[in-house]
Design a protein around this ligand. Structure first.
Ligand SMILES: [Zn+2]
Ligand SMILES: [Zn+2]
Length: 160
């Protein structure tokens, strides 16, 4: 299995650029109320990546610790100059970071593989033809591709 790849992304003004040295583990859309406020939109799309595969350049700041739906904390990292959100660090997602999928150059190659918190979904967002919709959260072991489960497990083992 070869996950090595080079994906590029950037903020709106270009001051922050980043690379992913491996493909994301999983991409999902979240329709929860917090993500609506954070994005000013109906939902956010995040790609979960192994923390050591994200290499950024340029000046990035982070928000204060915010409370995530899990009850644990989350920090969001953004470009100092234009404020584009680049990635999110959920305390609950050990060993992983969540890149804002749409900051990737080829973001169309990573459509959401699941939609979560659809209980808060806006009425005009139609997911009737979409599989993997969840009222709230799901169990990754049942929803993520097996290879992604193996990759995160192997990565966490190397950190022990
Ligand atoms: Zn910027
Ligand atoms: Zn959310």
């Amino acid at each position: 299995m070869n996950n090595k790849i080079e994906l590029k992304g950037k903020c709106l003004c270009g001051a922050v650029k980043y690379k992913l040295s491996e493909k994301p583990l999983f991409t999902q859309a979240c329709h929860c109320k917090d993500c609506k406020i954070l994005t000013g939109s109906s939902y956010v799309i995040n790609s979960s990546v192994l923390e050591n595969t994200l290499i950024t350049e340029g000046e990035i700041s982070s928000t204060i610790k915010l409370q995530a739906g899990s009850g644990k904390s989350v920090r969001i990292f953004f470009c100092n100059k234009c404020g584009s959100y680049i990635y999110t660090d959920y305390e609950s997602a050990i060993g992983r970071l969540n890149v804002r999928t749409k900051t990737l150059e080829k973001s169309e190659e990573f459509p959401p593989q699941a939609h979560i918190f659809t209980k808060d979904k806006d009425e005009w967002v139609n997911l009737s033809n979409i599989n993997n919709c969840f009222e709230k959260m799901y169990d990754p072991k049942e929803t993520w591709p097996k290879e992604s489960i193996i990759r995160i497990k192997e990565y966490l083992n190397t950190k022990k």
